[in-house]
Design a protein around this ligand. Structure first.
Ligand SMILES: [Zn+2]
Ligand SMILES: [Zn+2]
Length: 185
């Protein structure tokens, strides 16, 4: 009502039709960001508690025997990515599908669709970044933020009890496992 006082009638009408759209888009954005954060926290936690813990059984052995053996202190990069044998990434789909299954019943369909798309993009981004960190001469090397991320990930290969995040290392700060690249040997 107060708004109508300031606006011309046609402007008020426009605002009334535009704002539900903006509201809807903001809701989509919040859902997408929340999905990515949940995915990234899940990745960090599983990497920490399953892939680096004997409780993880086969997943633990594969992660240590392949990813951490392929890429260790003196050889952190390779010409092509060595991630195909012993790759445990697909196991991450199990919790993702469990959570996704629950979300299907809890969320309205359009938000569920946003969530599925955001999970797929987030999942792909995690796989993509780990690959780019370890490929020699990645085109992303030109960006300072990427070199910083890569250094933080390499710290994980040198000190396997730290930096479990692949994209966001603030999860490590929260979990108390963060280690700066210049923290010494
Ligand atoms: Zn690891
Ligand atoms: Zn790695």
């Amino acid at each position: 009502m107060v708004l109508n006082w300031f606006l011309k009638p046609e402007e008020a009408l426009m605002l009334q039709t535009v704002s539900p759209l903006i509201l809807k888009l903001s809701l989509f954005l919040v859902t997408a960001v929340a999905t990515h954060l949940i995915m990234s926290f899940g990745q960090t936690l599983l990497h920490y508690k399953v892939a680096h813990h004997p409780i993880g059984g086969k997943l633990f052995r594969n992660h240590i025997n392949f990813h951490h053996t392929h890429y260790a202190d003196d050889h952190l990069v390779s010409r092509t990515y060595l991630g195909h044998e012993g790759n445990i990434t697909p196991y991450f789909f199990i919790p993702v599908f469990l959570v996704g299954g629950c979300a299907y019943f809890l969320l309205p369909l359009n938000l569920f669709v946003v969530m599925v798309i955001a999970s797929a993009a987030s999942f792909y981004a995690h796989v993509f970044f780990d690959k780019e960190y370890h490929v020699d001469g990645s085109w992303l090397q030109r960006f300072a933020w990427f070199r910083r991320q890569q250094e933080l990930h390499f710290v994980h290969h040198r000190h396997a009890n730290s930096n479990f995040g692949v994209i966001h290392f603030f999860w490590d700060r929260i979990l108390g496992t963060y280690r700066r690249p210049d923290a010494g040997a």
